[in-house]
Design a protein around this ligand. Structure first.
Ligand SMILES: Cc1cc2nc3c(=O)[nH]c(=O)nc-3n(C[C@H](O)[C@H](O)[C@H](O)COP(=O)(O)OP(=O)(O)OC[C@H]3O[C@@H](n4cnc5c(N)ncnc54)[C@H](O)[C@@H]3O)c2cc1C
Length: 428
């Protein structure tokens, strides 16, 4: 076990990166009784970014015992509205999805990224069996028996398995020689937190525009977070506005749905890009969260997928232990990697396609998108199926994310994903 002065620290698992995915994964592993080390300093820039944690993620956070601390700062999303504002010839009426139609109180909960990370860090500090190393990981090596993470201050942590969760520039991924595919979109996401005169009523609203989705997601009280995907030149123009002019621009784009608006938190701008690592594992190493995959912020997928990585890792190592296998053995990582690759590829493809059909400005793409939305608006069983069908059948939802079958609690069922994503997948 860990000694603070010694060079080697021997753990079951070392997680590098104390962002939301790394923190939640480390807590889940420590809860399972694995001697876990977490390397990194918790903290994220205040850029007005929030994360909509979908139903499966909330179940996971409940299962690992952190939700009670997080919940007061998160707003439930009880409805999701999609409005086609592309100006296309074939424009369907707005579609509203209600969580109650599929027996849920909410599709998920929205929270500021900084608050989520602060709460998770607080919970991590309180966990027995979780040793925190607030330092940067500088190197990684592995052999047949152990993985070793070297810290920037020269200390070395050894474990049977390492998880790289240090975001898109992952040091462990590079050190292990895992390749990445990256791509960029001609778009920038403008983010902000705004207060408004009218209640949002728990509704998240997504306007599909030719420049990308313009989304307002509820926060506690009369507050909403904005993700306005725009052309880079328009994003730069918006960034240059003072708060009052910016709020007016948002209100106009939202057709005054929530009444008069005011900026009530930090503003930010994030150029849209994607990244996919392949493979997702190397010798005694797995990748988690944005170390493995980066999406444009469309359809609330990024961290939800990152938390699924963590929950799936917890299942994989718990199963390996039950079978008396080495938790870092190649066959254990192969099982984990297969499931995660399928989930990641599906999400990456669907988000990319949705974004590109919005940008396409072509009648066939408009017809397809419009017909899908129209069908969802008119056919309730189809709408319910699309809402319910979270993970594609066969992919396997991690155990701590499963929904209880009707009338029972604690097991079975599937996840719920963004209707926007599923609507699109339905068309594809
Ligand atoms: C505008 C916007 C809106 C979004 N909305 C949503 C949403 O609604 N729902 C959703 O699910 N997702 C959303 N996302 C995606 C989500 O924010 C990310 O998926 C998530 O924050 C990534 O978490 P992570 O822990 O994988 O990586 P990160 O947050 O990048 O954390 C990595 C951590 O590792 C640290 N680190 C880096 N290098 C090292 C090192 N060498 N050693 C130690 N530590 C290191 C970093 O400092 C950081 O603390 C959105 C993204 C954007 C841009």
């Amino acid at each position: 076990m860990a000694t603070d002065s010694g060079v080697a620290h021997d753990f079951d698992i070392v997680v590098a990166g104390a962002g939301p995915a790394g923190l939640a994964t480390a807590i889940a592993l420590a809860n399972e009784g694995f001697a876990t080390a977490l390397v990194g300093e918790a903290g994220v820039p205040r850029d007005g970014r929030t994360v909509a944690l979908l139903d499966g993620s909330v179940r996971f956070l409940k299962a690992i015992g952190v939700w009670e601390r997080i919940a007061p700062d998160a707003a439930p999303m009880t409805q999701m509205r999609i409005v086609d504002a592309t100006g296309s010839l074939f424009r369907p009426p707005p579609v509203t999805f209600h969580a109650r139609e599929i027996g849920l109180d909410a599709f998920g909960h929205n929270i500021e990224n900084t608050k989520l990370v602060a709460h998770l860090a607080e919970e991590a500090r309180a966990r027995a069996g979780l040793a925190l190393f607030p330092a940067r990981a500088a190197g990684f090596a592995a052999d047949d028996t152990a993985a070793a993470v070297t810290l920037a201050d020269g200390r070395r942590i050894t474990a049977r398995l390492a998880a790289g969760a240090e975001g898109r520039q992952s040091t462990l991924r590079r050190a292990a020689g895992i390749g990445t595919r990256t791509w960029a979109y001609p778009q920038t996401a403008v983010t902000a937190i705004l207060s408004h005169a009218r209640d949002h009523g728990g509704a998240s609203t997504e306007f599909h525009t030719r420049a990308g989705p313009f989304t307002l997601v509820p926060l506690p009280g009369r507050l909403s977070s904005l993700v306005w995907v725009n052309r880079p030149q328009d994003a730069a123009r918006l960034a240059a506005l003072d708060d009052a002019s910016f709020a007016r621009a948002v209100e106009n784009e939202a057709h005054s749905l929530l009444g008069a608006m005011q900026v009530a938190g930090p503003r930010g701008a994030v150029p849209l890009s994607g990244m996919s690592a392949s493979p997702l594992t190397a010798r005694r190493l797995v990748l988690i969260g944005e170390a493995a995959h980066v999406f444009p912020p469309i359809g609330a997928q990024g961290l939800n997928l990152g938390l699924r990585d963590g929950a799936a890792l917890r299942d994989a190592v718990a199963d390996a232990r039950d079978r008396a296998e080495d938790i870092g053995a190649a066959q254990v990582l192969a099982r984990f990697g297969r499931g995660r690759a399928a989930d990641t590829q599906l999400r990456t493809g669907a988000i990319d396609l949705l974004n590109r059909t919005l940008l396409a400005d072509m009648l066939p793409a408009d017809l397809l998108r419009g017909a899908g939305l129209l069908a969802l608006g008119l056919i309730a069983p189809l709408r319910r199926m699309v809402m319910r069908e979270g993970l594609t059948p066969g992919l396997g939802t991690p155990r701590q994310m499963r929904r209880a079958p009707r009338g029972r609690a604690g097991e079975g069922g599937g996840d719920v994903v963004s209707p926007a994503l599923d609507q699109h997948r339905n068309q594809a």
